[in-house]
Design a protein around this ligand. Structure first.
Ligand code: ADP
Ligand code: MG
Length: 698
C-alpha cells in the first residue's frame, strides 16, 4: 500500500463505501489521510449527573441499573436505560423507527450492549423534563470500569463531513488502520525549509494529530503546519511563474495621444468623478510604464467602472493595439457591446461581440475571426468564449475582466495567455481582503472608486408584502418610471422554475398590471430576443421587466427606479446587492423591495442587513461574517487547488511567511533540481499540475 492506493482496498471500506467516499473527493489513501475533520467533539470532560443543569451535549459515565422498551406509536419505539453515577440518575434514550413487517430487531445491538450492571460512557443531548434527566444518545461505549481505556471517550473526537452510506466510525476505523504508516511516507517540505517556526510539528506528525489530537491547541498547531506546506507549494508555483514573466518584457508601448480619448470624453454627458479620474490616472501610469499592469479596480455597483475601463481601452486602441473585455454572462457582454457602440459612435473604432451565440453560425465565424486575427477589430467584447483556441489576436495588449469575482482563477490565467504579457485590469464590486488578493493574484495594485456619481440618492430598501409592493410599483409607473420584478431561477435550465416565472409574468400582465406594458426576460431566450427586450426596455417601450437573475450584473437602465425581488431569501447578500444595483443608476430616487416569507434566522438577518445599508463594502464584510470563510473562499478560490488545512482569510501571516520561503527556495534552485527539493517536485506534479501548466503558459 502507498499513497496512491485506491481506498477500496482498505479493510472495512470496500468498493461500496469507496464509491460513497468518492463523492467527498476521497479516492486514494492520500486523499483519506488528508481528509481532515471539520471539527472536534470535546469528550474530554465527564459531567456528574447531578451537575447537568442545561439542555446541551454532555459526556456522562455510570452503571446501567434498568432497561426497558416503550412503543411510542405505530412505527416509533424507544429503548431506555437508566444510568446511575452516585450523584444522580439519567435515562438514556434510543429512538428507532419500527417497520412492523421487518423481521430484524432494530434494538438488537443495543440490547446486547446494555446489560444491567455494566458501565457505560455516553455522549448526547441532555434534557431535563419534569425534573427527570434524559439524554438522547449520539454515541456510547461499554467499559469494564471507570478507568478502562476508551476508544471514543475521554478525548477529542473528530467530526468528518459525511455522505450517504458513510459514518464517522467508518472513517475513524479506516484511518486507525493506515494512518500511522501512511502519514510517515507523506512528503514533507517544511521540516527542511522552515527553520524558524520551530513550534510546528512535522508533516507526518501534523497529519496524525489533525485526526486524533489530544487537545485543541495541538490540533491548531498541526493545522498550521499542514497549511504552511500547502501555502508554500502554491507560493513556489507563483514565484516560478513570476520568474518567467520577469524575463519577458512587456511589448506594448503606449503614448497618451488623446486622438480617441478626447472625443470620447467630449461625448460623455457627464464629467468623471474625482475617484474615476484618480483611477484612470493610476491605470494610465501602469500602462505607460515598463511592467505589465496587474491592477484591480474596486468600486461599488453603479460607481461607474465601465467608463474607466473604456478610457483604458481607448488608450490602447489609439496606440494601435487590440483590447478584450470579458464579462461573466452573455447578457452583460451584449449590453457592454451596445453601450460601447453607442458611446463610440462616429469614432474610427471597430468593436466586435464574441460569445458562444455570436459565433454560432459558420458565416459569422468566417467574418469575425479573420478580422480579429488581422487586427481590424480593435475592441473585442465577450464572454469566456474569447479564450477559445480558435480565436487569435494580432496584438492583444490589454485584457479587462469585468465582475472578476464571477471568474475562476484558471479562466483568468488562460485569458492572459492570449496576449504577449498584456496589461490586465480586473474590475469588481465585491471587494476581497487585500492580503488575500495578493495571495491569489500575486503582486497586484488596487484602485478604489469610493464615491458614486453626483446627485445619486441612496436606494431605499424595504421588506413588503407582494400586494403593497405592486401598489408602489403602480405609483412609480405613473411617474413615468420603470420597474424590474425578479424571480429566482437558481439554474437557468430548471424547467419548472422557469415555467413559474413565465406563468407569473402572464398572470401579472393580465391582472394587476393589465394596463401596463410588461415584458419577460430569461436566460433561455435566444440572444436576439433578449437584446430586443432589453433594447425596448431601455427605450421605455415597457414599464415592467419581469426577469430571472440574468439581469444580476452590469445591466444599466437609469430610468428604472424600482426593483422587486421575489423570494429574496433565496439569494445570498452579494447577489441581492448586485440585483439592487440595477436601480439607482440615474438621478431619480430608487427603491428596492424584498419579498420573502422566510422564517429562517439567516434569511431574516440577511434581509435586515439589506434594509440597513447600501454600502457594498459593508455588505461584503457582513457576508463574510455570516457565511464564514469556507463558503466565501470557495467562491474566490474557484479554479484553485483547494486547501485542506489552509484558510486564506485567517492565515494571511502564514501565507506571507510561505512567500518568503518560496522566494528563497526558487532563487537558490530555480529549476528545483536539487535533491533536497525532490519532495517539492513530487507534490507539485501531483497536485498543482494543472495550475503550474497554465501559469507557465504566460
Ligand atoms: P458599475 O461600476 O456598476 O459598472 P456603470 O459603469 O455601469 O457602473 O455606471 C453606472 C451608471 O452611471 C451608468 O449609467 C453610467 O453611464 C453612469 N455614470 C458613470 N460615471 C458617471 C459620472 N461621473 N457622472 C454621472 N453618471 C455616471
Ligand atoms: Mg459594471
Amino acid at each position: 500500500m502507498d499513497l496512491s492506493t485506491d481506498i477500496k482496498y482498505i479493510k472495512g471500506i470496500g468498493p461500496k463505501r469507496a464509491l460513497a467516499l468518492s463523492k467527498l473527493s476521497v479516492n486514494t489513501v492520500e486523499d483519506l489521510i488528508t481528509f481532515f475533520p471539520r471539527t472536534y467533539q470535546d469528550r474530554t470532560k465527564k459531567t456528574k449527573i447531578s451537575e447537568i443543569l442545561f439542555n446541551q451535549h454532555y459526556c456522562v459515565f455510570g452503571k446501567i441499573t434498568n432497561v426497558y422498551i416503550k412503543k411510542l406509536s405505530m412505527n416509533l419505539s424507544v429503548f431506555s436505560a437508566e444510568i446511575k453515577d452516585g450523584s444522580g440518575s439519567i435515562t438514556a434514550n434510543f429512538f428507532r423507527k419500527i417497520n412492523p413487517y421487518a423481521k430484524f430487531d432494530v434494538f438488537a445491538t443495543i440490547k446486547k450492549d446494555f446489560k444491567i450492571d455494566s458501565f457505560v460512557h455516553i455522549y448526547g443531548m441532555c434534557e431535563i423534563k419534569f425534573g427527570q434527566k434524559q439524554v438522547s444518545v449520539d454515541d456510547y461505549e461499554i467499559v469494564e470500569n471507570e478507568n478502562a481505556v476508551t476508544e471514543n471517550f475521554n478525548k477529542l473526537v473528530p467530526v468528518y463531513d459525511l455522505t450517504a452510506g458513510i459514518t464517522q466510525k467508518n472513517i475513524s476505523l479506516a484511518l486507525k488502520l493506515i494512518l500511522n504508516d501512511m502519514a510517515d511516507i507523506y512528503p514533507d517540505i517544511i521540516s527542511n525549509n522552515v527553520k524558524y517556526k520551530t513550534n510546528l510539528p512535522s508533516i507526518s506528525r501534523a497529519i496524525k494529530t489533525l485526526h486524533f489530537p489530544n487537545s485543541l491547541q495541538e490540533a491548531e498547531l498541526a493545522r498550521q503546519s499542514f497549511a504552511l506546506q500547502e501555502f508554500l507549494l502554491l507560493q513556489i508555483v507563483l514565484s516560478k511563474a513570476k520568474q518567467k514573466n520577469a524575463i519577458k518584457q512587456k511589448v506594448s508601448k503606449y503614448e497618451i495621444k488623446r486622438s480617441l480619448l478626447t472625443p470620447f470624453k467630449n461625448r460623455l454627458k457627464f464629467d468623471f468623478t474625482k475617484a474615476q479620474k484618480k483611477a484612470i490616472n493610476e491605470i494610465f501610469n501602469d500602462m505607460t510604464g515598463k511592467k505589465a499592469m496587474n491592477r484591480m479596480l474596486m468600486g461599488d455597483v453603479g460607481s461607474g467602472k465601465t467608463v474607466v475601463a473604456l478610457s483604458a481601452i481607448l488608450l490602447a486602441v489609439e496606440n494601435g493595439y487590440q483590447t478584450a473585455i470579458i464579462a461573466p454572462t452573455e447578457l452583460l457582454a451584449e449590453q457592454h457591446y451596445l453601450t460601447f457602440k453607442n458611446m463610440l459612435e462616429g469614432l474610427n473604432v471597430n468593436i466586435e461581440l464574441v460569445t458562444s451565440s455570436s459565433l454560432k453560425s459558420k458565416k459569422k465565424q468566417k467574418e469575425i475571426l479573420p478580422q480579429i486575427e488581422n487586427g481590424i477589430t480593435n475592441i473585442i467584447v465577450g464572454t469566456h468564449s474569447v479564450m477559445q483556441d480558435r480565436i487569435n489576436f494580432k496584438n492583444l495588449s490589454l485584457v479587462i475582466i469585468d465582475e472578476q469575482h464571477r471568474f475562476g482563477v484558471l479562466q483568468k490565467a488562460s485569458a492572459l495567455a492570449k496576449g504577449n504579457n498584456p496589461d490586465v485590469l480586473m474590475m469588481t464590486a465585491t471587494p476581497i481582503p487585500r492580503g488575500l488578493a495578493m495571495t491569489i493574484y500575486g503582486e497586484m495594485s488596487v484602485s478604489v472608486i469610493d464615491e458614486l456619481p453626483p446627485n445619486r440618492t441612496p436606494i431605499e430598501t424595504y421588506c413588503l408584502s407582494e400586494n403593497i409592493a405592486y401598489m408602489n410599483a403602480k405609483e412609480e409607473i405613473e411617474k413615468g418610471n420603470q420597474i424590474y420584478i425578479v424571480y429566482p431561477l437558481v439554474d437557468e435550465s430548471d424547467k419548472s422554475e422557469l415555467k413559474s416565472a413565465t406563468q407569473e409574468a402572464q398572470k401579472l400582465s393580465k391582472t394587476i398590471f393589465q394596463n401596463n406594458r410588461v415584458a419577460l426576460l430569461h436566460g433561455k431566450m435566444n440572444p436576439k430576443e433578449k437584446n430586443e427586450v432589453m433594447m425596448k426596455f431601455k427605450n421605455k417601450e415597457y414599464d415592467i421587466l419581469i426577469a430571472t437573475t440574468v439581469i444580476e450584473v452590469g445591466i444599466d437602465v437609469p430610468n428604472a427606479t424600482m426593483i422587486i425581488i421575489q423570494h429574496a431569501d433565496r439569494y445570498g447578500l452579494a447577489t441581492l446587492h448586485q440585483l439592487r444595483g440595477r436601480v439607482g443608476r440615474g438621478q431619480k430616487k430608487s427603491f428596492c423591495i424584498l419579498i420573502s416569507d422566510a422564517k429562517g434566522q439567516t434569511a431574516k438577518q440577511r434581509l435586515k442587513i439589506m434594509t440597513s445599508t447600501c454600502d457594498g463594502f459593508k455588505i461584503a464584510s457582513e457576508d463574510l461574517k455570516m457565511r464564514g470563510p469556507g463558503e466565501f473562499t470557495g467562491t474566490i478560490q474557484h479554479g484553485f487547488p483547494e486547501f485542506k488545512a489552509g484558510d486564506i482569510i485567517k492565515d494571511v501571516k502564514l501565507i506571507e511567511y510561505a512567500k518568503q520561503v518560496a522566494v528563497d527556495i526558487i532563487s537558490k534552485d530555480p529549476q528545483l533540481l536539487a535533491p533536497e527539493n525532490t519532495n517539492i517536485n513530487f507534490l507539485l506534479n501531483n497536485k498543482y499540475n494543472q495550475l503550474s501548466k497554465i501559469i507557465n503558459v504566460g
